[in-house]
Design a protein around this ligand. Structure first.
Ligand code: UDX
Length: 455
């Protein structure tokens, strides 16, 4: 095996053990959990994936894994993300307990080394601990955002939270360079409920055996230290996960690969890739502004318009004249093979909502960003991209065609954009170093395997 003596020793030991992984049922949480599963499998562990009966992964893509459906369901609409996550925790606690008890009695020959549960599923973690199982938490967002979670009681005490519109520009000195507007925000959600959710997430992580974060030391060294100090549990920065693990097939929607052929015909670094992830949505007016921003900028673009991503309309209706204006220069798909798109030489910029996966995937390929965050941790991620790593421009004033056009120009064709490209290339190199043999993420993975076997 690669890595020599130590590796083969670990592999031999791990091969008698099973790891049970339970992702939160959202695309941005499923992808990193599958990358982690793949890495642990390559180190010799047997893998069981627990999943909900909605947004279920396709088991045929993973003949070597064991899949277990946990019955539960949801008692709320998916519009209110906070209520949705609270309901997931309420509904999956008892079924998870029943499934784990059943699995343990059935699979008595192969001991469970640990369970790895998404940070959002705190009630599942609590059950796993009650059952005496070592419980590790996977945080699919950044270390900075997790530290913000941990700071929630302080942020409430000092009046930064709940967010007030009159205080959006106030600097949060305790979490520089964040402003109040960059703090965790979920529109349409009750701030008290959000607080309750975040505090439970942090409390369960505090009593877990370890936290795995999809990040790397070169970009979040300080933030990782703060998380370690605050939570006093082992923290393993193992990222970018998709660069450590082989390609996985965990997309919930079919990826349209025709866009890769289309990209093949474009000049190097000329195309702006546009995608807002699996959950963010815009209204009809924002769609029109985005469309005209793209049409007027004269830059080739590849735009992911996910079905259902326009609020209040089942169909996606682009403005009249848009198609003629952008023929040959623009391509629209429903869902793209994003990691491959970002790695394609024709792509020179990414207009993103700054979900953490998209942010890390962009950095790993050295692609500078145009940032338009929507909710949750995305505002904080965008702030780090533009102010800390300086590899992106943030659209701060909503969507307006003139501002979009000029921001795209700045990013794709002007000196300012060249500087960002240079820094983005540096980040790509740093990410590559972290996943190389002896790199910090590779070392963290080795340590994680040893640690799990020691539990
Ligand atoms: C959500 C939250 O929005 C995000 O803030 C949080 O950090 C994680 O959960 P999502 O909005 O879907 O995730 O965004 P993101 O984290 O970027 O994950 C999207 C994933 O879908 C990425 O891995 C991306 O590669 C993939 N994707 C996206 C595709 O495969 N095809 C696409 O067309 C678009």
């Amino acid at each position: 095996p690669p890595g020599g003596g130590m590796e083969s020793m670990v592999r031999k030991n791990a091969s008698g053990y099973r790891i049970v992984l339970f992702p939160a049922p959202f695309q941005g949480h499923i992808n990193p959990m599958f990358h982690l599963a793949c890495l642990l499998h390559s180190r010799g562990f047997s893998i069981t994936i627990l999943h909900t009966n909605f947004n279920s992964p396709d088991p045929t893509n993973y003949p070597n894994y064991h899949f277990v459906s946990v019955p539960g369901g949801l008692t709320t609409s998916t519009d209110d993300v906070v209520a949705l996550i609270l309901s997931l925790n309420a509904n999956y606690e008892a079924p998870f307990r029943a499934q784990m008890s059943r699995m343990r009695s059935e699979r008595s020959g192969e001991p469970i080394a640990c369970v790895v549960v998404d940070a959002l599923l705190y009630s599942v973690q609590a059950v796993a601990k009650q059952l005496g199982l070592p419980t590790l938490v996977l945080r699919t967002g950044s270390a900075a955002s997790f530290y913000m979670f941990a700071a929630f009681p302080l942020l409430w005490k000092r009046g930064y939270l709940p967010i007030q519109d009159s205080r959006l520009e106030v600097q949060v000195n305790e979490l520089a360079p964040l402003r109040v507007r960059d703090l965790l925000r979920v529109e349409q959600s009750n701030p008290q409920k959000l607080r309750q959710l975040i505090e439970q997430v942090v409390e369960e992580a505090r009593t877990s055996s370890a936290i795995i974060i999809n990040t790397f030391v070169a970009i979040e060294g300080n933030e990782l230290e703060k998380v370690r100090e605050e939570l006093s549990v082992p923290v393993f920065p193992i990222g970018p996960l998709h660069k450590l693990s082989p390609k996985t097939e965990s997309s919930l929607m079919d990826q349209d690969h025709s866009c890769l052929d289309w990209l093949d015909k474009k000049h190097p670094r000329s195309v702006l890739y546009v995608s807002f992830g699996s959950l963010a949505s815009m209204d009809g007016k924002e769609l029109a502004e985005a469309a005209w921003g793209l049409a007027n900028c004269q830059q080739p673009f590849l735009w992911v318009l996910r079905p259902g991503s326009i609020r209040g309309s089942a169909q996606i209706e682009l403005p009249q004249g848009f198609e003629e204006e952008t023929r040959g220069r623009g391509k629209i798909v429903k869902w793209a093979p994003q990691q491959q798109v970002l790695a394609h030489p024709a792509v020179g910029g990414f207009w993103t909502h700054n979900g953490w996966n998209s942010t890390v995937e962009s950095m790993s390929e050295g692609i500078p960003m145009l940032c338009k965050p929507y909710f949750s941790d995305q505002m904080g991620n965008a702030r780090y991209v533009s102010e800390v790593w300086k590899v992106g421009i943030q659209l701060e004033n909503g969507l307006e065609r003139g501002e979009i056009k000029s921001a795209i120009k700045r990013l794709m064709t002007e000196k300012e954009g060249d500087e960002m490209k240079r820094r983005a290339r540096d980040l790509k190199e740093k990410a590559a170093q972290c996943v190389r043999k002896e790199g910090s993420s590779q070392v963290a993975l080795d340590r994680l395997v040893d640690y799990v076997l020691s539990l």
